[in-house]
Ligand binder design. Structure first.
Ligand code: SAH
Length: 526
C-alpha cells in the first residue's frame, strides 16, 4: 500500500492565484501539512482535513511527518507559499525520501505542483521589472554561509542581473540587506530602481518604489521581496520596467523607436551580438571542436569579468540638408561621414533623406556637429515625416513657410505607423505629394488636400482628393488636427489610409474608394 505525496505551491496568497491542480490535490488529500501562517491562508480549501501545522524552523519535521503519513497509504499535501521548489518544501521532501532509500517507481508517489513564486507575483505588482535575465538570492544565512551569499550578490551585481532578494530581513537578521546594498552599489547607480513588495496578493499588501541608495529607509521584513533593477530598469508612471532588450536606440525623440520587424534580426542591427554585427567573421572563427568552443567561451568570460557589461547604443536619424533644400554641401557630406565613423552606415533612401546609423554611448556630440553643419535631423520609424519639394529651387517659394512650420510642429511626432506628409509648391506636384499618406499641393494661393494614399505595393494609389482651396493659414492647424486624431485613434501599425478607410471620415472629409487596378495576388498574398 503506497500513498501519495503532493508538494503544493499555493502562490502568493490569494485563492485566485492557486492553480486548479493545487486545489484538486488539496481536495484529494487526507492530510495537509504546512507552516501555521500558510494554513490560515488556504483555510477555506482544507476544511475537514487532518492538519499538521508546525512553526517556522520545523521544515524537516514537516517533511518527515508527510513522508510517514504517505507511507501509511495516505494522500498527503505539503504546502509551500509561492512555488514549493523555490526555497520551499520540495527539495526537503526529496531529501528525506532519499535518506531512506526511496525509489520513484516503487516508493510513495510524489508530485510537485508548481505555484507562482514571489519573484513573479511581486514583479506583477511593480510593473515589469524582471523581463530580462534575473536571479533570486535568499539573504537567509541560517542554512547557507554568508560568504557564499556575498559572492552571489557580487556576481549578480557584476553581471547586471535583475535581482529578487528573498528573505531579505527579519527581526534578528538586519545587517544582511545593508551588506547586499553596499555590494550592489559597487556596480549599480544609486538611482537604480528598486521595488519592495510586502505580502503580495495578501491582506496587508504594500508596494513601494524606491532606489538602491534609499531602499533601507523603508520597511523591509520577512514578508517582503526586494526587486533590484538592472542598469536599464526605469520608473514610468509609478511602474518599474526593465526593457526587453539591452541596446538602446537613440532617435531624436524621447520615445524609443524599435526597428521594424523584418529589420530586427539583421546582423548589422545587432552589433552587440556574438557575431559582432558581422556574420561572416563568425563563420571564419567557428570553433573546430567542442573543447575549442569551451576555451573560447572561457577566454571571453575572463576578458569581460572585470568590466561590468557596457550598454551599447545605436543612434539613428534621418539626415537631410533641409525640408526644402535638396543640395548637400561637401562639408555636410564630410560631417555625415565623420558621424558615421568606421562602423556606422549611411543609407540612401527614397524619402529625401539619408539614414545615418552608428553605435555610440552618447549621441549628443554627433547631433550637435551635424546640426552645426546646417543639416536637418529627424527621427525615423513610426513618426511623422515632412517630405517637401524643392519649390523649384525656391522660385515657387510661397508655400515654403508652411512646409517649415509643418516640420517644426509635426515632424518627429510618434504615430501608429510612419506617416509622410508631402508638401508640393505648385500644381505640377512633381515631387509626388498626392502619393503620400497626406499630401498638400499649393495652387493659386491656396492648398489642395489629398488624404490616404496607399504608398507602396502594386495596388498603390494616390490619396483621396478631399478639398481644394484651403486658406494657407488654415492648413497647418488642419493637418495638426488630422495627425492628432490619427495618433489618438489609429490602431498600432495601422497605416493612415487604412485608418481613413476604417473610420470613413476624417476632419469632416469622407473616405472614397480609389479605383484599384486588378492585379494577380502575390504568392504570399497581399
Ligand atoms: N517558496 C516561496 C519562497 C519562500 S522564502 C516562493 O516561491 O515565493 C520566503 C520569502 O519569500 C519571503 O521572505 C519573501 O521574500 C518571499 N515571499 C513569499 N511570498 C511572498 C508574498 N506574498 N509577498 C512578498 N514576498 C513573498
Amino acid at each position: 500500500m503506497t500513498g501519495t505525496l503532493y508538494v503544493v505551491g499555493f502562490g502568493p496568497g490569494h485563492e485566485d492565484h492557486i492553480t486548479d491542480r493545487a486545489k484538486k490535490a488539496l481536495k484529494d488529500s487526507d492530510y495537509v501539512i504546512g507552516y501555521k501562517t500558510y494554513m490560515e491562508l488556504v483555510a477555506p480549501l482544507i476544511e475537514g482535513k487532518e492538519v499538521i501545522s508546525t512553526g517556522m524552523s520545523e521544515e524537516v519535521s514537516r517533511a518527515q511527518a508527510a513522508v510517514k503519513q504517505a507511507e501509511r497509504g495516505k494522500t498527503v499535501s505539503v504546502i509551500s507559499s509561492g512555488d514549493a521548489g523555490v526555497y520551499g518544501m520540495a527539495g526537503l521532501v526529496y531529501e528525506v525520501l532519499a535518506e531512506q532509500g526511496w525509489k520513484k517507481d516503487t516508493g510513495v508517489k510524489v508530485e510537485i505542483i508548481p505555484g507562482i513564486s514571489a519573484i513573479n507575483s511581486c514583479a506583477s505588482l511593480l510593473g515589469a521589472p524582471i523581463m530580462h535575465d534575473a536571479c533570486t538570492i535568499s539573504l537567509s544565512d541560517h542554512l547557507t554561509p554568508w560568504e557564499l551569499i556575498e559572492r552571489r550578490i557580487d556576481a549578480a551585481g557584476a553581471a547586471d542581473f535583475v535581482i529578487a532578494l528573498y528573505n531579505p530581513k527579519s527581526g534578528r537578521r538586519t545587517k544582511q540587506i545593508e551588506e547586499a546594498q553596499r555590494i550592489l552599489l559597487k556596480y549599480r547607480s544609486p538611482d537604480t530602481p528598486v521595488g519592495l513588495v510586502k505580502s503580495a496578493y495578501r491582506d496587508r499588501e504594500e508596494v513601494t518604489m524606491t532606489t538602491l541608495s534609499e531602499m533601507l529607509e523603508h520597511d523591509i521584513g520577512m514578508l517582503t521581496t526586494v526587486i533590484i533593477g538592472n542598469s536599464t530598469t526605469f520608473f514610468y508612471d509609478g511602474l518599474m520596467i526593465t526593457p526587453r532588450g539591452y541596446t538602446r536606440k537613440y532617435t531624436l525623440t524621447e520615445e524609443k523607436q524599435p526597428l521594424r520587424p523584418h529589420e530586427r534580426l539583421r546582423p548589422e542591427n545587432e552589433p552587440w551580438a556574438l557575431h559582432g554585427g558581422q556574420p561572416e567573421l563568425n563563420e571564419v572563427e567557428k570553433p573546430s571542436s567542442l573543447k575549442e568552443l569551451g576555451l573560447q567561451a572561457l577566454g571571453a568570460i575572463e576578458k569581460r569579468k572585470s568590466a561590468p557589461p557596457a550598454i551599447k547604443s545605436v543612434f539613428e536619424a534621418a539626415v537631410s540638408p533641409g525640408v526644402v533644400n535638396k543640395n548637400f554641401t561637401p562639408q555636410q557630406m564630410i560631417a555625415i561621414a565623420e558621424a558615421a565613423g568606421e562602423k556606422g552606415t549611411i543609407e540612401y533612401t527614397p524619402h529625401h533623406y539619408v539614414m545615418l546609423k552608428t553605435e555610440v554611448s552618447n549621441p549628443e556630440p554627433i547631433i550637435e556637429k551635424l546640426r552645426a553643419a546646417g543639416l536637418d535631423l529627424a527621427p525615423v520609424g513610426d513618426v511623422v515625416t515632412i517630405k517637401a519639394c524643392d519649390f523649384c529651387d525656391g522660385e515657387k517659394g510661397d508655400a515654403i513657410p508652411y512646409a517649415e512650420q509643418l516640420r517644426d510642429d509635426l515632424g518627429g511626432i510618434s504615430v501608429p505607423k510612419e506617416l509622410r506628409i508631402g508638401v508640393n509648391g505648385c500644381g505640377m506636384a512633381c515631387y509626388g505629394a498626392v502619393n503620400e499618406d497626406i499630401g498638400i499641393v499649393y495652387r493659386k494661393g491656396a492648398f489642395d488636400l489629398f488624404l490616404g494614399a496607399k504608398v507602396v505595393s502594386r495596388t498603390a494609389h494616390p490619396g483621396v482628393y478631399v478639398a481644394e482651396g484651403i486658406a494657407p493659414d488654415q492648413v497647418v492647424p488642419m493637418l495638426t488636427r488630422i495627425v492628432e486624431e490619427y495618433k489618438e485613434s489609429g490602431h498600432p501599425n495601422e497605416r493612415f489610409f487604412k485608418y481613413f478607410k476604417r473610420v470613413g471620415m476624417v476632419e469632416g472629409f469622407a473616405y472614397r474608394e480609389t479605383p484599384v487596378p486588378e492585379v494577380e495576388p502575390m504568392p504570399c498574398g497581399e
